[in-house]
Design a protein around this ligand. Structure first.
Ligand code: ARG
Ligand code: ASP
Length: 739
């Protein structure tokens, strides 16, 4: 929901607007001093159009925003952003793996993304002897670039509104199940049709606005993607979990890959005969530098947002889901930290796992704080009251009440599902036992797969961590799940053992997987033992319970919700148009769903708290200030210290003699935008997005233009690190630098 509508409808919840430095000047200049009362009055009369900077727009429809973008400083055209007739910026942006973004920066397929996006690849190539996580990795020749099994990058060839094709045959009398079936069949047919050429083509059909619209996304996917370079974690993950989601920030969060193709530039599986991919378009890299107020735009694949949900949905997140999940993860993280501090081998094993656990854990904390601070639940309730009044006598009458009722019915099931995913499903030995059991239950027994599964599991497994986590999370389960929601199996086990700790003692000594040597002697003949293993039974019994007692309910209720939201989404747009005209309707952008989007805004600081203003950029001096050899997250490489002491910054220092490191801007982003190019008014690359500020992490649910900022690596820091720290300037030579 565009923020103006969100905050203004609720008259008495209007926050007194904090005035940032930048805005102060503007405000005085324009004498635009709206009093709170006047603002509330205006809001009641109707909402103004989308406030600057909120929104993730579809590139193929960017012509609808281009005037606004140009008024804010953009100097290119809509065709430069997205075109299917000529090379455009979209051809330089890729979906990296299935959850990050990357961008091309050379005619030889060189790609930039975040360190944390390439993290599992860097980790997979690391061992105690070659600790690329700790020491960094730089391929000095093409031969040294490292292939990555399973990693792909996808270029968007085109996107089209296919609503009429997908809903062909739809009758209003159909049930939701029938509609789902129809959408599935029509989508499949269309996907087959558009990908029949093969050659790496992959397509998806995605619902926008809860299925009021459908878009086809056609990708070309490359699967030979090699690791080219990564700074040591002390640069790429500088600040670690302590600084994650925080500003001021000093993380050099980048890594480099290269896409390879066959000799005709087509996708091909890894082969040493493949050659570097020749992109249709790549970004020029700007060394000009950024300053507060500059126009910026971001091009990438935001994963998921829920900007238009009902107050009950928000309340569940803020009051129940986030707090419980955070608490459970705190326990797990404490345990991981303890063991990781004791051994380098364990630290490598659990680094990627821990980062995953810690990341959402910290974000949820910021999110619930942000929602609370913005009083989103109350604001939404007030909006819903206004909506209900307007909806009387329309097709939307009763809709808000209906959604409310569905949420109430859903809540105990969501709670059970949250507990299940955050406790039972996190037990590593049980997950491994399940994967193995699946191999034994397959029609033909695949010994190699078994081998691979087990070695992948043990490479990163430390039983004492898993066992302690089991005890911690299952104790929470015991405490917080109402008795009537617990599976019979669970109750019987508790009866038998008397405590979670005793149960764990038994499970972790009697499971086959507790003993690597024993597990690795498993053969086809051991099926019975595999299916009788206590870790497998634990997983399987809970899975059975979840599939029968929870899933059918969440599925049905979520389907009801989906259906109601489809109408509510339309209703919200109609309501906006009724009060605000065409501009009101146009302020709606579809929620993120890992499809390519454009967001735009400007470089800008913010006030995280009363009396505090954060500048929009950070420098190497800040890294030196944080540097502390005693603290793992802040212990920088010695050569960075030396370079700083000698002020050997080469051409990468700014006008003040400082090396810029990160900057923040008002672009609306979310998870998946990591690695996205941050682009200036001329379409040149100025940074790589990697995070958001903690106070603004509620932006997936409610965007506050005063506070929500995305964090990017300044591309000049990347150049500095490659040149000065890594001595890999052959990589810079491949790029086109502009100033
Ligand atoms: N918060 C960023 C994002 O959500 C970075 C995550 C990786 N870094 C970390 N310290 N866990 O992806
Ligand atoms: N760090 C996130 C990512 O990996 C970006 C964000 O959530 O702002 O996509």
């Amino acid at each position: 929901m565009p923020s103006d509508m969100k905050c203004n409808i609720a008259q008495h919840h209007i926050p007194i607007k904090r005035i940032t430095r930048q805005e102060k000047i503007k405000t005085n200049d324009m004498k635009k001093t709206l009093t709170t009362i006047a603002a509330a009055f205006m809001a009641f009369a109707g909402c103004i159009t989308a406030r600057a900077d909120e929104g993730m727009w579809l590139p193929s429809l960017i012509s609808q925003r281009i005037t606004d973008m140009q008024e804010k400083g953009f100097r290119l055209s809509a065709e430069d952003i997205y075109s299917i007739n000529q090379a455009s910026l979209k051809d330089a942006v890729v979906l990296f793996g299935r959850g990050c973004t990357g961008e091309l920066v050379s005619p030889e397929g060189l790609l930039l993304t975040n360190h944390h996006c390439g993290y599992s690849q860097i980790q997979q190539h690391s061992s105690v002897e070659h600790d690329y996580l700790r020491d960094g990795f730089w391929a000095m020749t093409r031969e040294e670039e490292l292939p990555n099994k399973g990693l792909t990058v996808s270029f968007l060839e085109r996107m089209d509104d296919v609503t009429s094709i997908i809903l062909k045959g739809y009758e209003p009398t159909m049930t939701e199940d029938q509609r789902v079936e129809l959408v599935k069949n029509n989508s499949q047919a269309l996907i087959e049709e558009v990908t029949k050429e093969g050659n790496g083509l992959r397509a998806t059909v995605e619902a926008l606005y809860y299925g009021n619209q459908y878009f086809l996304f056609l990708y070309r996917e490359y699967s030979d993607v090699r690791l080219v370079g990564a700074p040591p974690s002390s640069i790429g993950k500088f600040g670690g979990e302590t600084d994650n989601w925080m500003w001021p920030r000093h993380t050099g969060d980048f890594s480099m890959f290269r896409i390879y193709a066959d000799k005709d530039n087509n996708p091909a599986p890894y082969s040493k005969d493949n050659v570097p991919y020749k992109p249709k378009k790549y970004f020029k890299v700007s060394t000009k530098g950024v300053k507060e107020g500059d126009f910026t735009f971001i091009y990438g694949f935001p994963g998921s947002t829920r900007e238009y949900i009902h107050s009950e949905g928000v309340r569940y997140i803020e009051e129940i889901s986030d707090p419980h999940k955070v608490h459970i993860r705190t326990l797990r993280l404490d345990i991981m930290n303890k063991y990781m501090g004791q051994s380098q081998a364990v630290r490598i094993q659990y680094s990627s796992k821990k980062a995953g656990v810690a990341n959402a854990w910290k974000k949820w904390q910021g999110e619930m704080k942000g929602i609370r601070k913005m009083k989103t639940v109350a604001t939404k309730q007030a909006y819903e009251t206004a909506f209900k009044k307007w909806a009387k006598g329309t097709e939307y009458e009763g809709l808000v009440e209906k959604i409310d009722a569905i949420y109430r019915e859903l809540e105990p099931y969501s709670y059970a599902a949250d507990y299940y995913t955050e406790t039972v499903r996190t037990v590593e030995i049980a997950n491994a036992a399940m994967s193995v059991a699946r191999i034994f239950s397959a029609e033909t027994f695949d010994a190699r797969r078994l081998e691979e599964t087990l070695s992948a599991f043990y490479k990163d497994y430390h039983l004492p961590i898993d066992k302690e986590c089991f005890i911690a999370v299952m104790n929470e389960y015991e405490k917080n799940m109402p008795a009537e929601s617990k599976p019979e199996y669970y109750k019987a086990q508790m009866e038998k053992y008397g405590s979670i700790a005793a149960w764990a003692e038994d499970l972790f000594s009697n499971s086959i997987y507790a003993d690597r040597a024993k597990a690795q002697t498993l053969t086809e003949a051991d099926k019975e033992a595999v299916l009788a293993d206590p870790a497998f039974i634990f997983f399987n019994e809970f899975l059975k319970w979840y599939s029968t007692e929870v899933l059918p309910h969440t599925r049905r209720l979520n389907q009801d919700l989906q259906l109601a939201y489809r109408d509510y989404m339309r209703g919200q747009m109609d309501f906006a148009e009724a009060t605000d005209g065409k501009a009101g309707r146009e302020a709606f952008y579809p929620d993120a769903n890992l499809t390519l989007r454009v967001a735009y805004g400007k470089i800008q600081g913010y006030n995280p708290a009363d009396g505090v203003y954060y500048e929009p950029s950070s420098t190497l001096t800040g890294i030196i200030e944080k540097d502390n050899p005693e603290i793992f997250d802040y212990n920088i490489p010695q050569n960075l210290r030396d370079i700083y002491a000698e002020k050997d910054f080469g051409r990468w220092a700014d006008g003040n003699g400082e090396v810029p490191v990160c900057f923040i801007a008002t672009n609306h982003t979310t998870g998946g935008n990591s690695g996205s190019p941050i682009i200036d008014a001329d379409g040149n690359l100025i940074g790589i997005n990697f995070d958001r500020v903690w106070e603004g992490t509620m932006s997936d649910i409610v965007f506050d233009p005063e506070i929500c900022r995305n964090i990017s690596l300044d591309v000049r820091y990347l150049l500095f690190v490659i040149d000065k720290v890594a001595d890999a300037d052959h990589l810079i030579e491949e790029m086109t630098l502009v100033d």
